[in-house]
Design a protein around this ligand. Structure first.
Ligand code: SAM
Length: 430
């Protein structure tokens, strides 16, 4: 008889798969299981069935892995909050799992064999209290909570343990949100700036509850546009001694240490020299453009491209003291087409989860940079784009991975690419 949603059976799971799952087989059918650990024997309850595989969650652990720990968060577990995936694993085991998942994606998609070590970020030894941006969903009773896994249902929570203390301080879950669909809490990790971005459920934003701490208020419209209602438009963050203005609706690394660690890793990998041309694609508020510009100096050029108009404004404001910086507003692929004649020495690519895509990769390779730093929050699209780089004559020369999202399945990677045959001008300069 075919297995149905709600059925339960025992299973030994083997490896972990991308997305916070372990994988096993039940009557030759592949089963992706949450809340299990590699090697464990568990009782699985089926939550979803497709023509190719089953999804389920471990509702009972029959033989536990030595890596299993008591989840610190009371809202983690089968059927509960979907925000974290690995609360039940030690932090060391989480990093081993993430390293294997990245290596597996690289092998399957890019055909590259490489062991991957995931590095711990400083500042959160217990993996808690790091998340500076948290989006809460509001239920029918006006309570703010977090989404259950692969569901629109809301898990009411009284606190989120991975949230930064600055998010907790706002007390989003202590008040009632009338006429609101979701609330994103934004806390600066560098100063006392706080903001909430509210999406109303109807066409108007009604009166909002008083929060425990003072914060700016912004409204999010359908489609993502954000409008200032009260206070600042965003928060200020400091990385390597430079202050960045970051719109509350825009992108910023959510782990307090990520900005400093990633910029350090990118600069170590590229080692930009005075007078060079550096390109920062998907530049956001200018996190990587700043150190690139400082390194190439006034004789060089640092050119950023960003699609979100607010982030472009922030980047131009943040880097206004650096005359060698130019920030272009637009789609990366379109801008690269316009720059067909530009020659770059070093390029940073930091795309969203969907990755850069084949055309931008081809256009970047056409600029013949001596090194490319690809920063990625999705190992699958990273691997796909690395395969495109390989076809364009660029090979992976280094890969680092960072645990920028403890307790979740997410992992940040930095891939360094260099031309298989260095361009003549670089050989001459070296
Ligand atoms: C992962 S964030 C990186 C931002 C920045 N590098 C940082 O670390 O703060 C990706 C950025 O790419 C922008 N973006 C997404 N798709 C884009 C596109 N097709 N063209 C230009 N920018 C895009 C987003 O608005 C976002 O700011």
């Amino acid at each position: 008889m075919a297995t149905r949603v709600g059925d339960e059976f025992e299973l030994t799971v083997n490896d972990a798969a991308h997305g916070g799952w372990c994988v096993g087989r039940h009557h030759e059918q592949v089963v992706f299981v949450r809340h299990a650990l590699p090697g464990e024997r568990v009782r699985v309850r089926v939550t979803e069935r497709t023509s190719r595989f089953l999804r389920g969650e471990a509702v009972e652990v029959l033989e536990a892995s030595p890596d299993r720990v008591e989840a610190p968060c009371p809202f983690a577990g089968p059927g509960r909050c979907g925000g974290c995936d690995w609360q039940h694993a030690s932090l060391a085991a989480q990093r081993v799992i993430k390293g294997r998942v990245v290596a597996d994606q690289l092998r399957r998609i890019a055909g590259t064999d490489r062991e991957v070590t995931v590095e711990e970020l400083p500042g959160s030894p217990d993996g808690l209290g790091w998340r500076t941006r948290v989006r809460f969903t509001v239920d029918a009773h006006g309570r703010a909570g977090l989404r259950r896994h692969r569901s629109h249902d809301v898990e009411p929570v009284d606190r989120c343990l991975i949230a930064h203390p600055g998010v907790e301080e706002l007390g989003i879950t202590d008040v009632t949100w009338e006429g609101v669909r979701d609330v994103e809490a934004v806390a600066s990790a560098s100063c006392a700036d706080r903001a909430v971005v509210v999406t109303p459920s109807g066409s108007k934003l009604g009166p909002l509850p008083d929060l425990k701490a003072s914060s700016a208020v912004l409204r999010r419209f359908k489609g993502g546009r954000v409008q200032q209602v009260r206070g600042r438009r965003g928060v200020r963050e400091t990385v390597a001694g430079r202050e960045f203005r970051v719109g509350a609706g825009g992108f910023w690394q959510v782990h307090p240490a990520a900005g400093e660690v990633l910029t350090g890793a990118v600069m170590d990998a590229l080692a930009p020299r005075e007078g060079e041309t550096a390109i920062d694609l998907f530049c956001g508020a200018g996190l990587f453009t700043a150190p690139l510009a400082e390194a190439v100096g006034p004789q060089g050029r640092a050119m950023g491209v960003e699609g979100a108009v607010e982030a472009v404004r922030d980047a131009r404001y943040n880097l206004k003291d650096l005359e060698q910086v130019r920030i272009e507003h637009g789609d990366v692929a379109a801008q690269l087409r316009e720059w067909a004649d530009v020659r770059a020495d070093v390029v940073v690519l930091d795309p969203p989860r969907a990755g850069a895509g084949a055309e931008p990769v081809r256009l970047v390779a056409g600029m013949r940079p001596r090194a490319v730093a690809y920063v990625s929050c999705d190992p699958a699209t990273l691997a796909r784009d690395l395969a495109s780089f390989e076809r364009e004559g660029y090979r992976l020369t280094a890969l680092r991975a960072f645990d920028a999202f403890p307790m979740t399945h997410h992992v940040e990677c930095l891939a360094v690419l260099e031309p298989v045959r260095p361009a003549r001008r670089h050989r001459e300069r070296a």
